[in-house]
Design a protein around this ligand. Structure first.
Ligand SMILES: [Zn+2]
Length: 185
């Protein structure tokens, strides 16, 4: 019996995903997860990301400790909602980020679980420094969120601003206006 328990614990995974570990490991949904998917509590992006992360966690021990709270797809891009320590781990390792990104066919964005709009914006702009986030009124009474980004826009600017604007609108209903601190010379 003890042997069996040891065996079982070795086979189980500690990575937490929005679908059952068993489902994520085998790439098949159980009836409960299947019905959550039908009801929309789970998305296809949740399922796909869970399977990908479990696969990676079997090779990369750091990922085994992660908690994937959810994944949202937007225009072929993916927002992964992770816990703070997990995001810190990825941000400290270019290699780990590269491996994680390599699993997905679209760009990935790492967002802290439970982020408010301000934190969401900071996360999707990472590693770019944001100087200010303000609410502004656009003509026609539309409320927009103005983000002032440090420095000026150069061809090597690491963030695709158009994608950031699109996913913010799609996933958070935030209408972003992005301004650079310095104008292009
Ligand atoms: Zn399940």
């Amino acid at each position: 019996m003890i042997y069996l328990l040891v065996f079982a614990s070795k086979k189980s995974i500690s990575l937490r995903t929005p679908i059952c570990s068993f489902d994520a490991m085998n790439g098949i949904l159980c009836p409960q997860c299947e019905s959550k998917l039908d009801q929309g509590t789970l998305t296809k992006a949740d399922v796909d990301a869970s399977i990908k992360l479990v696969k990676l966690s079997q090779k990369i021990p750091q990922i085994e400790k992660f908690t994937l709270n959810s994944c949202r797809g937007s225009n072929g891009n993916y927002v992964l909602y992770l816990n703070s320590p997990d995001i810190m781990t990825v941000r400290q390792s270019r290699e780990l980020y590269r491996i994680l990104q390599g699993e997905f066919d679209g760009k990935i964005w790492l967002v802290h679980q439970g982020s408010d709009d301000k934190k969401f914006i900071e996360d999707v702009f990472f590693p770019i420094k944001i100087l200010g986030i303000n609410q502004v009124w656009a003509p026609g009474g539309l409320q927009k969120t103005k983000v002032i980004v440090s420095g000026k826009k150069t061809p090597r600017f690491p963030i695709d601003v158009d994608k950031v604007v699109a996913i913010s609108h799609d996933l958070r209903k935030i209408d972003l206006v992005v301004e650079f601190e310095r104008k292009q010379e």
